[in-house]
Design a binder for this molecule. Structure first.
Ligand code: VG1
Ligand code: CO
Length: 541
């Protein structure tokens, strides 16, 4: 049977990065099919089109791939390129879409959200430039999902995803390919592998934590096979459907095994971790944590040290809540710095237009125009390349950066899974305060502006509103409040805190200590404790 009757679900609205729901929601009859058909109806791929397909290996990955393959065949795709065993990291998917000029790609992932039968599943569509579908497209997919009445799927045997090579599924070709090779080759073309090899051979010790998620096979091939890192320097390297019961989010809370090693006795010189789908990164030195906002700024300031960026950087873009550390580097390099809403989909147009080379988010994401996604291992290799050339420690590099540019002290406080009503109440309350806050003195801070961030894309003119409440102070400090668009339980409220410290004698201060007064102001202004009953954040990064 080719045509299957269905009725719409009303909750298939993609968030910051695709559609994310509990696995049980995706397992409802027709739920996955409805959303995939909505994608296919929206993109209207021409005859002969190729699709890239794969995921982060989480629970339900392979079942979903078999369904999507049969739907692609019924919808007239000529070919689907699927990663062996259904594995394809988000950055590798972006690489493959671009290299083989596919019409687009479907990536099965809920990124840093936990997996397993009780965990989350997700699906995102990437367009021909290799990047996440723009908001215009995701809104159209959502609109289609609300009126859908049939989907197409052929009856066929499941495809053997473990065997490399081409097979036929109806009229369509399924090409099972090695998900690592093209990506590893791309990395080798950007960074000085010889210099990194020499660094590692000289006793410099690294530790990479793949968190039982998708980057394990990539890290093994690149770090161990191609760069000669010690075999035990990549941990938790086998992708597991439930990520070993963990939360594949590379931060100081969830990457606890890596953090224990880097903050323990005789630590490695460099530590890093990536998330479920391989697009995030955390960078650590000996007893030292590099904030993602600082990491972006440091990569930009040192980009010329990596062969792929030897001619410099055309521009930088950062998401609004990300600290202004990158802005200071852009000013020094005399290049533009763009401020976009949260989510990688807003960077694609800027990169396609040649306006920016490097992009980053405070949420452990950085990347460049080599692909159109953020890229975890790319950031790790970029750091190793810089360390190999500068021959200093991670900590020395960061302190020297602060001495030159000043330090944008930064932290994010997340309040997860709070009742949606209470979270909306906090945001509503903040909106109501806009008119009387400007110009007021709060402790040692004077409010310069408060608004709800909206963005006009300089390339296609599209407008995105309601992207987060910003309260800016006269000394450049900032508090930002935003509701997450990736959670699957209640609402997650994020508070982003930033202050600028030019005084080099204060650069060693702990961020929570340095931001103490701002944290108090944020809690008082938002009435968060009274409205949610939460006295402490769930996660601090
Ligand atoms: C979060 C981050 C955002 C990131 C997004 C997807 O979104 O804050 O910066 O782009 O996750 O990352 P939100 O709406 O929950 O704040 V990933 O690694 O999930 O693809
Ligand atoms: Co991710």
């Amino acid at each position: 049977m080719l045509y299957h009757a269905t009725t719409p679900f009303n909750d298939q609205k993609p968030g910051t990065s695709g559609l994310r729901k509990k696995v049980q929601v995706f397992q409802q009859p027709h739920y996955l099919e409805n959303f995939v058909q909505s994608i296919f109806n929206t993109i209207a791929a021409p005859a002969g089109a190729t699709l890239a397909l794969g995921g982060d290996g989480r629970y339900y990955n392979c079942e979903a791939i078999q369904v999507i393959l049969k739907m692609a065949a019924a919808n007239g795709f000529a070919r689907v390129m699927v990663g062996r065993c259904g594995i394809l990291s988000t950055p590798a998917a972006s690489c493959v879409i671009r290299k083989y000029r596919t019409h687009g790609g479907i990536i099965l992932s809920a990124s840093h959200n936990p997996g397993g039968p009780e965990g989350d599943f997700g699906i995102k569509y990437n367009i021909a430039n290799g990047g996440p579908a723009t908001e215009t497209i995701t809104e159209a997919i959502y609109a289609t999902s609300k009126t859908i009445s049939l989907y197409r799927l052929i009856e066929a045997e499941d495809v053997n995803l473990a065997k490399l090579g081409d097979t036929k599924l109806g009229e369509m070709t399924v090409s099972v390919f090695d998900p690592v090779a093209d990506y590893a080759d791309l990395m080798e073309s950007l960074f000085d592998f010889a210099a990194i090899k020499t660094l590692l051979a000289g006793g410099f010790r690294t530790l990479f934590d793949a968190m039982h998620a998708v980057t394990g096979p990539y890290a093994r091939e690149i770090l161990i096979n191609r760069l000669g890192a010690a075999p035990d320097s990549v941990i938790n390297a086998i992708p597991l459907p439930d990520f070993g019961g963990g939360h594949p989010d590379p931060n100081l809370t969830y990457a606890d095994q890596l953090v224990a090693a880097l903050y323990g006795d005789n630590p490695p010189d460099f530590g890093a971790a990536s998330d479920g789908d391989g697009d995030r990164n955390m960078i650590l030195g000996k007893h030292f944590f590099v904030t993602p906002s600082d990491s972006l700024a440091i990569l930009a300031a040192n980009a010329h040290l990596a062969p792929g960026y030897k001619n410099g950087v055309a521009g930088i873009a950062r998401s609004m809540p990300t600290s202004a550390a990158a802005d200071r580097v852009a000013a020094a390099l005399n290049i533009p710095c763009y401020e976009t809403p949260t989510g990688w989909k807003f960077f694609g147009n800027l990169m396609d237009a040649g306006k920016v080379t490097l992009c980053g988010e405070e949420s452990f994401g950085s990347g460049s125009n080599h692909i159109r996604e953020k890229d975890g291992l790319w950031a790790v290799l970029f750091w190793l390349n810089i360390l190999a050339v500068r021959k200093q420690s991670v900590e020395e590099i960061v302190y020297q950066h602060w001495a030159r540019f000043g330090r944008n002290v930064y932290s994010r406080h997340d309040y997860e899974a709070i009742p949606t009503g209470a979270a909306n109440g906090v945001m509503q309350h903040l909106h109501e305060r806009f008119s009387d806050l400007t110009g007021t003195q709060l402790g040692s801070y004077k409010v310069l502006y408060c608004d709800d961030f909206s963005y006009t894309d300089p390339v296609d003119g599209s407008i995105s509103t309601g992207q987060g409440v910003r309260i800016g102070f006269s000394d450049g400090s900032r508090i930002v409040f935003r509701l997450s668009g990736t959670g699957t339980e209640g609402a997650t409220l994020r508070i982003y805190l930033e202050s600028y410290e030019p005084d080099v004698t204060l650069h060693h201060l702990d961020a929570q200590q340095a931001l103490q007064e701002l944290i108090g102001i944020a809690l008082q202004l938002s009435e968060l404790r009274q409205r949610t009953g939460r006295l402490q954040p769930t996660v601090i990064t």
